[in-house]
Design a binder for this molecule. Structure first.
Ligand code: ADP
Ligand code: MG
Ligand code: ZN
Length: 612
């Protein structure tokens, strides 16, 4: 087997656990047995008891006398013992008691007591072994059943009868909800659909970037329909032992059909549903699992009310067979929320949080373009934490704004001391960005400039906020975006006539934008509208793949460089022209460390008017 190591490691771990359990049981049961063993009494007490006729039975062993009294002690028949001393009178007394009080007496054979001793010591060990077997055996089966046997019912399936989530908890995904409402209705009254003869979709595939609420939506469907929810993660199917994944799929469908109507939710289905072709390494296990899934989806009767939902952020790698009609024939896009969606999501998550009256969630939503539901939930929580930290009873706007910045740029790092020279350099850099943005026409307004270092590595940053949500960007806008990105470095050049390492991130982003203009958006004259790159993993950041010859790639580089050079020059020109502005605002920034957007714009306007 491959990956034997893991198995061995587990085995050793469990062997240790097992040994520990055995030891504990032995210690405990020994204690117990000692307790039920006999209590010691003095010989004189024994004689006294005998004389009073309180003894029922006496057993003589080699060195002990075992006494069973007639009376119960603490409601139980206890056994007493005393050591044997050479008492010549003993036998006489015994026969006397026997006739007087009917006390029985006799000897215990040595053998008997030895075997009893062994038995007494053996019992706890047997118990321990039994318990150990139960535990260890189970674990063993869990790890190994794929190898030894095609184990049944080992699938880790999470069935919830009530998910407790409804569509109200999912905000900003109206289109997705709409497509899912039909499924809810179907689960409510399957007869209505089957009567007409309508075939309902067996499965719907939720597609979108991570954190947009796919898992949440699936739960909400179950919650709305009030049906059980079987969820399993794709990666849970793919185990290292052959046969397991397929067995799990089988189990899952079996269990689900018993509980119909219900929802089966396969999260991260790309883990098993990867396209089978073009896979040189070949993963038999995954392929078997996928095949099993395909055949189960064909085999089950959807009129009973079993609906399969699956989620993925990499739809393009899914096997075509999964997507054909009769399987996951419906796609529900769960995309990044727009402005309104973000406001709604913030509202949903701030419900359980005490917010101050003046909180403006829409401005927070505005400052977080591209954020997904999980980010926004996180922002609300960070804000609440900050409020607690500052001993406030409710969350105020400032908490939320700071939370946004923490998510974007990391925590403030006030203890990182910049030398005055560095601080000056950072200030000019940031004002460079801001000023270029302010003086160009197609750019987003500046929201904030700061030179307080953050934990995620930035020494300062300029935050621009779009006035409205944009879905299309023009060529002019892109050029100006690049110009703003290069404005930081340009300011350093204009002011100090030297350059620093501080612009690396700007350069990276500017280059990427310029390259995309050439290769993806058809914005260069040279290549016109020729596609030179395709984007894979659209929902996971989108890595682009070049599809052109090496010669063309070299020309792409040239074209990209041309754009960069043009923008760089433009930024320098703007800043040279407004050097006075640059100096004054940078000075102010050094003094105050943070400038808000309106403060900044006021300064720009004043200085420019003063110039004229
Ligand atoms: P995905 O499965 O798409 O990666 P999840 O459904 O696991 O994302 O979302 C993670 C968390 O983010 C949710 O538990 C929820 O708190 C929050 N969240 C995400 N999207 C939304 C949304 N549209 N409305 C409300 N909360 C959301
Ligand atoms: Mg998920
Ligand atoms: Zn910069």
């Amino acid at each position: 087997m491959f990956n034997n190591k893991k198995f061995d490691g587990n085995k050793i771990k469990y062997a240790i656990y097992y040994t520990l359990i055995v030891l504990i049981v032995i210690v405990l049961s020994n204690d117990y047995i000692k307790n039920i063993k006999t209590d010691y009494i003095k010989y004189s007490k024994f004689i006294e008891m005998g004389n009073q006729g309180k003894i029922e039975d006496i057993k003589l062993s080699k060195d002990k006398i075992i006494i069973i009294p007639k009376e119960k002690i603490e409601g139980k028949k206890r056994t007493l013992y005393t050591e044997k001393i050479s008492d010549e009178q003993l036998l006489v007394k015994l026969s006397e008691w026997s006739s007087k009080y009917n006390t029985q007496y006799g000897a215990v054979s040595q053998e008997n007591s030895v075997s009893k001793n062994i038995l007494i010591n053996l019992i706890p060990i047997l118990i321990a072994i039994f318990i150990g077997r139960m535990l260890f055996g189970k674990i063993n089966k869990k790890i190994g059943s794929g190898v030894m046997s095609f184990g049944k019912n080992t699938a880790k399936i999470y069935a919830e009868n009530e998910t407790g989530v409804t569509f109200k908890d999912v905000a900003g995904q109206e289109e997705a909800k709409e497509s899912l409402i039909e499924i809810v209705d179907f689960l409510h009254k399957p007869e209505r659909y089957t009567e007409i003869g309508a075939k309902l979709p067996k499965g719907a595939l939720l597609v979108g970037p991570p954190g947009t609420g796919k898992t949440l939506l699936a739960k909400a469907v179950a919650g709305e329909a009030g049906v059980p929810f079987f969820s399993i993660s794709g990666s849970a199917f793919v185990e290292m032992f052959v046969g397991m994944g397929a067995a799990r799929v089988r189990d899952l469908f079996e269990q689900a059909q018993e509980k119909a109507p219900c929802i089966i939710f396969i999260d991260e289905i790309d883990a098993i549903g990867k396209s089978r072709d073009g896979n040189i390494s070949g993963n038999d296990e995954r392929e078997q699992t996928l095949n099993q899934l395909l055949s189960e989806m064909d085999g089950f009767d959807s009129s009973k009310g079993v609906v399969i939902l699956a989620a993925t952020n990499r739809p393009e790698i899914l096997d075509k067979a999964l997507l054909r009609p009769g399987r996951f024939d419906r796609r529900v896009i769960v995309d990044r929320p727009d402005l309104k969606g973000r406001i709604d999501i913030l509202k949903v998550h701030s419900k359980g949080v005490r917010m101050s009256e003046g909180v403006d969630l829409s401005s927070i939503a505005k400052s977080t373009p591209g954020a997904v539901g999980a980010d926004l939930a996180n922002i609300i929580n960070e804000a609440a934490l900050r409020a607690v930290k500052n001993n406030r009873k409710e969350v105020i706007q400032e908490d939320l704004e700071e939370a946004v910045e923490v998510i974007i740029a990391g925590k403030e790092k006030r203890d990182r001391i910049l030398s005055p020279k560095e601080k000056k350099s950072v200030a000019f850099h940031e004002v460079g960005h801001a000023l270029v943005a302010a003086l160009l026409t197609h750019t987003d307004p500046v929201h904030k400039i700061t030179i307080v270092p953050r934990t995620m590595g930035s020494l300062g940053y300029t935050m621009q906020l779009p006035t409205s949500e944009k879905y299309l960007i023009t060529k002019e806008e892109m050029i100006e975006q690049i110009t703003v990105m290069l404005g930081g470095r340009a300011a350093e050049e204009v002011k100090f006539n030297t350059i620093s390492t501080g612009a690396s991130n700007d350069i990276e982003r500017a280059t990427e934008t310029a390259r995309n203009m050439v290769t993806v958006y058809g914005m260069s004259e040279r290549f016109d509208m020729m596609a030179l790159e395709s984007i894979s993993n659209k929902y996971l950041g989108g890595k682009s793949v070049q599809n052109c010859s090496i010669q063309t790639a070299a020309i792409i580089d040239e074209e990209t460089l041309k754009i960069i050079k043009y923008c760089h020059k433009k930024a320098i020109d703007i800043l040279k022209e407004n050097k006075n502005c640059l100096e004054k605002i940078a000075e102010k920034l050094i003094e105050k460390e943070t400038l808000m957007g309106d403060e900044f714009i006021n300064m720009v306007n004043e200085l420019k008017n003063g110039n004229n």
